[in-house]
Design a protein around this ligand. Structure first.
Ligand code: GLP
Length: 249
């Protein structure tokens, strides 16, 4: 039997509209179930989404008091005080501005002394929380999701990974130089991500157009990790016109 599940593709009018569409999906999830478990992403793409979530919280429209969050990934070697760590990013962008219980926000610990033990615990914590209701994803220029680089297996779990030169180069814009970008990260696996009940992948900008096209219309192949999401029962792509420009919609 072939898998005929098709993703929902939302092409927003622009980047800001894409952020609103994505925030609406998260909003709907939390409204339906105030104890939702959200999987969160870092990077430039979701910044507008978090801004809207903060605004909606301040307007009394969104309540995070019962929400639990799990972030996708973290650089190895960077602690919460480092301004390029993903824990720091999440505090700045979202957690410090809403009423989420800080102990209910999980981000892999880049300073864990025993990474093998830590990643097993992270998987266990997701299970204990009841699994992820909605997982937000961005996409790297090479198709990576979280830090699952090309070649990552579809059944991979939370683990220690090496970053590719492409990713180090792409992420060096946030650091003083490429030499300062960590070479390793802890990332949820593709298998971990696929267990989320709903997946929302947001992409904006021309630089993502080709990789988005092959993720959606190409074969499901580890050379483009995002293509391995194909067939998930509840998968939504939220795109702006530039990132959608190579699609044959
Ligand atoms: C990083 C993160 C990914 C993110 C990607 C794209 O490498 N680990 O989770 O999706 O970059 O980032 P941006 O949204 O800045 O393009």
């Amino acid at each position: 039997m072939t898998n005929t599940t098709q993703p929902t593709i939302v092409v927003a009018t622009d980047k800001d509209h894409a952020a609103r569409c994505t925030a609406d999906l998260i909003h709907e999830t939390v409204r339906e179930n105030p104890s939702s478990v959200l999987g969160l992403a870092t990077g430039g793409t979701p910044v507008g989404v978090y801004r809207l979530m903060v605004e909606r919280f301040q307007a009394g429209e969104l309540d995070f008091s019962k929400v639990t969050t799990f972030n996708l990934d973290e650089y190895v070697g960077l602690g919460p005080e480092h301004d390029q760590s993903y824990r720091y990013f999440m505090q700045q962008q979202l957690f410090d501005h809403v009423n989420v219980v800080q102990e209910s926000t999980y981000v892999p610990n880049g300073l864990a002394s025993n990474i093998e033990k830590h990643v097993a615990e992270y998987e266990e914590q997701i299970l204990q929380a009841g699994g992820i209701d909605l997982q937000l994803l961005g996409i790297g220029n090479n198709g990576h999701i979280a830090f699952n680089e090309p070649g990552s297996p579809i059944d991979s779990r939370t683990r220690l990974v090496d970053l590719t030169e492409d990713t180090i180069e792409a992420n060096s814009r946030f650091f003083e130089s490429a030499a300062e970008v960590p070479r390793h990260a802890i990332t949820m696996g593709i298998g971990t991500i696929l267990e989320a009940r709903r997946i929302v992948l947001m992409a904006t900008g021309k630089s993502k157009a080709k990789v988005v096209q092959s993720a959606i219309e190409g074969p499901a192949d580890p050379s483009n990790p995002a293509s391995l999401l194909q067939g998930h029962a509840r998968l939504t792509f939220v795109l702006d016109p530039e990132s959608a420009s190579e699609l044959s919609l």
